[in-house]
Design a protein around this ligand. Structure first.
Ligand code: ACO
Length: 429
């Protein structure tokens, strides 16, 4: 901690308090207000936590003004260009890029945890055929707690690590099974001979009736999307995982809560909402009309895939995906008029004063759906795809918190309800 401080004076009592300034290795200075209530009797009010740091973390750094994202110090652009999702997963979990030996051990470990208990498949059959994959994912991941709870001691680092690996390994198996359930297809088991993203595509699309060859372009594109979604510091779903984790809950229950938070259209559900929106706009000719609707405060319509709580500049992940989107469509030989529509929407919105003044740029989800669509992944699965990648971030953050437990997360409130009043018997009301 530096000597820098901010001095507060209470105009009513005349008392003063020095609030120490905490400086991380990078990023804006942060005030330590933990003594505020004890010393001056105040709580702080910050709905949506726009200016509140909930924890210290070594994992991911974002500079929203400059459009910077780094995992463990490594710029997202370099990881996207050179790394693989599993290597990124290792790095997020353990702090540094792995050596060859470390990576081989990790990859083997993940590969050998991809199967799920057969009873989980039976459990899946209980869902209605048209259940949303995110409802299935959160339900089935939560139910993993029932398989591992008794044997799991969250105070044991080895057991925590095992739970983290199980979650990373089994999430694609469960997500693919949710899709197959909606299609009425028989279960597909993970193939150990394939890499992480290839294995997922194989579990999604192979059918017993004929051989299925994974397209390497599709596997690489998917791997990249998983890298870009792997972590994003204290976003809503990760904060949910940490908050639930602060109670000492089972990690499967914590991640199931994270999945539920991710599902909302203001968060991970946006990728599905973007595709639905592009379909609703329908043609380049309608773009201006919809941009006008998005600016109208009396109209609930928002441009999905635009804006971000932290980025007030281009989302660096969107820049990477935008380029990738063109390349993937070209390599897979697909044309998609939704891409032309998306580009026109982006062009008009970026020139419009409303979006410029509010610094509303396309975010990661603006383009990801177009790639998923080109890979044959149905719209309803888009947020589940995000969940597969983000599982690495959730478990890395959960591990960090569990290794350095803090107090249970417990925000306060500004009470605005009725003052004390007496109970009135029902016959007198
Ligand atoms: N379309 C139109 N107007 C918007 C949009 C949008 N997509 N996003 C923000 N605005 C406007 C708001 O109406 C507000 O205007 P005002 O200042 O005149 O009242 C201003 O921009 C600031 O917006 P807030 O909602 O206060 O910003 P906040 O940080 O709370 O919300 C959020 C960020 C939720 C991402 C928002 O921009 C949004 O809803 N975007 C669309 C959904 C989306 O794409 N979500 C994905 C986020 S990325 C992710 O989770 C991976």
């Amino acid at each position: 901690m530096s000597d820098r401080k901010l001095t507060l004076t209470d105009s009513e009592s005349g008392k003063t308090l020095d609030l120490p300034v905490i400086s991380g290795s990078e990023g804006d200075p942060t005030l330590d207000i933990s003594g505020l209530h004890k010393e001056l009797g105040y709580f702080t009010f910050d709905p949506g936590y726009g200016t509140t740091a909930s924890c210290k973390s070594d994992i991911t750094f974002i500079d929203g003004e400059a459009g910077i994202l780094r995992y463990r110090g490594y710029p997202i652009e370099q990881l996207a260009e050179n790394s693989s999702f599993l290597e990124v997963a290792y790095t997020l979990l353990y702090g540094d890029l792995p050596t060859k030996g470390q990576f081989a051990g990790f990859e083997r470990n993940i590969t050998y945890h991809t199967m799920v208990h057969e009873k989980l498949n039976t459990f899946m059959q209980g869902f209605q055929y048209n259940a949303h994959p995110m409802a299935i994912l959160s339900g089935v991941v939560g139910s993993m707690a029932a398989f591992y709870h008794d044997k799991l001691d969250v105070n044991d680092p080895e057991q925590r690590e095992l739970a983290a690996k199980r979650l990373i390994a089994k999430m694609p198996t469960i997500a693919a099974a949710a899709y197959r359930h909606s299609m009425g297809w028989p279960s597909a088991y993970p193939k150990n001979s394939l890499g992480y993203s290839e294995r997922f595509l194989h579990m999604m699309f192979s059918v017993p009736a004929e051989p299925y060859e994974v397209n390497p372009v599709a596997a690489r594109a998917l791997d990249l999307l998983f890298i870009l979604h792997a972590d994003h510091e204290q976003n809503a779903s990760t904060s949910t995982v940490r908050l639930v984790g602060s109670t000492g809950a089972n990690p499967y229950a914590c991640v199931a809560a994270g999945i539920a938070a991710l599902w909302g259209p203001a968060h991970g559900g946006a990728n599905e909402a973007v595709l639905n929106m592009l379909n609703q706009i329908g043609s380049v000719d309608n773009v201006e009309k919809f941009v006008k609707k998005a600016k109208d405060k009396n109209d609930p319509f928002r441009l999905m895939g635009f804006g971000h709580r932290v980025y007030k500049n281009y989302d660096p992940r969107a820049t990477i995906i935008r380029k990738q989107c063109h390349e993937v469509l070209a390599e897979l030989g697909k044309q998609d008029e939704l891409l032309d529509l998306a580009m026109e929407l982006e062009r008009i919105a970026l020139e419009d004063d409303y979006f410029v003044e509010r610094k509303l740029y396309p975010n990661v989800d603006f383009y990801s759906g177009i790639i998923y669509k080109a890979l044959g992944i149905p719209t309803s699965m888009f947020t589940a795809m995000f969940a597969i990648g983000r599982t690495v971030g959730w478990v890395s953050q959960w591990l960090e918190q569990a290794a350095n437990p803090t107090r249970i997360g417990r925000p306060r409130q500004v009470y605005t309800g009725a003052g004390e009043r007496g109970y009135v018997p029902i016959e007198n009301r």
